[in-house]
Write a protein that binds this ligand. Structure first.
Ligand SMILES: [Zn+2]
Ligand SMILES: [Zn+2]
Length: 233
């Protein structure tokens, strides 16, 4: 599987070096998007990638607001409607945009724990620990297992259970130290929790204004994704 980071900034990121959350996953035959925050939809065009499914971890703006612009882009290009897998609430937002005259369409599948099989790729979710209802996704191709946490504060029981036997963990790191009260995980917490994890860990959801300090805490112990980073396993 190939993971292309479309957006690696946190909700609080202040410039365009890191757009908001988005990952493109491709197993060589099929592909999906995990989250599509503001700007991640533009990276889709920059990197010439496609997918007909998007899976949202939660409905904070930095994780899903890019999708509406992407729907317009698909319509203009004559592409088929996107299938959106989301925790409950997305359809309401989409309907509001339609009511005020936007021609945005999607096949929406809402569930507390979204899951789907796309070709040989199986995507399922577990409950994350965040400020609003949120899930983390597990992506498997029958051989490798990857966990994408989305936003979560650790230790989060269901997420930790999935991380335990994963090959790759894409984890959020939203601050240097202490952002638990906002439902996030700090770089310092990641360092201590990954001591007993065998998986490769890549950090994302990085605030650009804290980037330097986060790099100092992480050192060369873990990878930190940037927009455009590709990881294959
Ligand atoms: Zn976020
Ligand atoms: Zn969030």
């Amino acid at each position: 599987m190939r993971f292309l980071f479309l957006g690696t900034g946190s909700g609080s990121s202040r410039d365009s070096r890191r757009f908001k959350a988005g990952i493109h996953v491709d197993d060589g035959y099929n592909s999906v998007f995990l989250d599509m925050g503001p700007g991640a939809n533009l990276r889709v065009e920059d990197y010439h990638v496609k997918a007909d499914h998007v899976f949202f971890t939660h409905l904070h703006i930095d994780h899903f607001d890019g999708v509406f612009d992407y729907m317009v882009s698909r319509k203009v290009q004559g592409m088929k409607d996107l299938t959106v897998h989301s925790p409950p609430g997305f359809q309401r937002v989409l309907s509001s945009f339609r009511e005020i005259g936007n021609q945005v369409d999607a096949n929406v599948e809402e569930s507390d724990l979204p899951r789907a099989k796309v070709g040989e790729m199986e995507i399922y979710s577990v409950k994350a620990c965040h400020a609003i209802y949120a899930v983390s996704y597990v992506v498997t191709d029958g051989e490798k297992k990857v966990v994408y946490t989305g936003d979560t504060s650790e230790p989060c029981e269901d997420v930790i259970r999935e991380i335990h036997d994963a090959d790759l963990v894409i984890h959020e790191a939203s601050c240097v130290d202490n952002c638990k009260q906002f439902g996030h995980t700090s770089a310092k917490e990641i360092i201590s929790m990954t001591n007993d994890i065998k998986a490769k860990v890549i950090l994302t959801h990085i605030p650009t204004h804290l980037e330097k300090e986060i790099y100092e805490v992480i050192g060369n112990k873990l990878l930190i994704a940037r927009d455009g980073t590709v990881f294959e396993l």
